[in-house]
Design a binder for this molecule. Sequence first.
Ligand code: ZN
Length: 376
Amino acid sequence: MLSAIQRELLQLISASEGLSRTELALRTGLSKAAMSAIVRDMLGAGLIIESDTMAGSGQGRPSVKLVMRAEAAYFVGISLNASAVRMVLINLWGEIICRHDFPLVNNPEILVEHIQQALPKLFQDGKITADQVLGIGVTLSGFIDENQATCVQSTLLGWRQVPLAKLLYQAIGIDVFIENDAKALAVSEKLYGHARSLNNFILVTHGDGIGSASFIHGQLYRGAHGGAGEIAHCTIEPGGTPCRCGKRGCLDTIASLIAIQEQAKAEQLAVEDLSQLETLAMNGSAQAIALLHRAGNALGLAMANLIQLQDPETLLLAHQPATFDGLLNTVVRQSLEAHVLPAFAGKTPLIRFTIEPDTWAHAAASVAAHRFLTPR
Ligand SMILES: [Zn+2]
């Protein structure tokens, strides 16, 4: 097991492009001699490797850069969506080694059995053994308790108070952490993605549902009950359309892909997806234009409120492929700019990226890697 200082060094190294012994000594306040001894142990244990040299500042000789060894640890990520389970194996650099899919069953006990049966195949494909896996992460759409152990509620899976981490640990014997999908993606962006150098950022996810998560002072903010970031159920239109949560006028009922599709259907527009709706709008359909304006305005307003509340360094928007290439994107940006305080306008960069088939499972594995690098 890692010592506290080894973890601290791995965290510092993982948030950088590599650091020298001198830089690590400076950042931790340890002497150069003490740092050399610790680094020697970590090199011996195969946790880090010496990478290329970097030019030293001033006259000194170039110093050797230390980076994490990709094969020092492996993590499994499991994403549960409406119809399928995807498992991926990642190394300490966050690279996906292999993946495995199977159909989802909602019964937690049977699901655990299926995961237990699938793991040996994943390890075999990854050419590793079970003892090289230091953690398993699971993502799903729903509320997760503050200990990342119990699914408090998931409408999608029809679950209430399911102690999934415990069930999996009892079956597999590897530490398991479960996490809400948006929060897991924020962790993965912090550890391996666009937010590596950011301490304060907000991630919004847009797809069939809408989610958000934020890092504050370098830490994922989970809220008092694990429910922080549920913007999908912020009321945007008081008294509006009934939502599956029991309220009315939630953001989800206006701007999610499912809501947009339902509104298009109600307007009797013959569209299969958002791209087709965008095409209709481009060809001048007043209904399509109005629909995209309504959704874009609502999403932009919610994002502006998030910026106003937290003043993040950057706002990340993760979305499905081909959904932010047209009018929706334009309206979201306009609405965002129109609803933040003029003093904030234009100050928060927006980074968009596409949700890929591996995104959620990779995010799940990142949660386990993050817990390994940043224990409580
Ligand atoms: Zn709602």
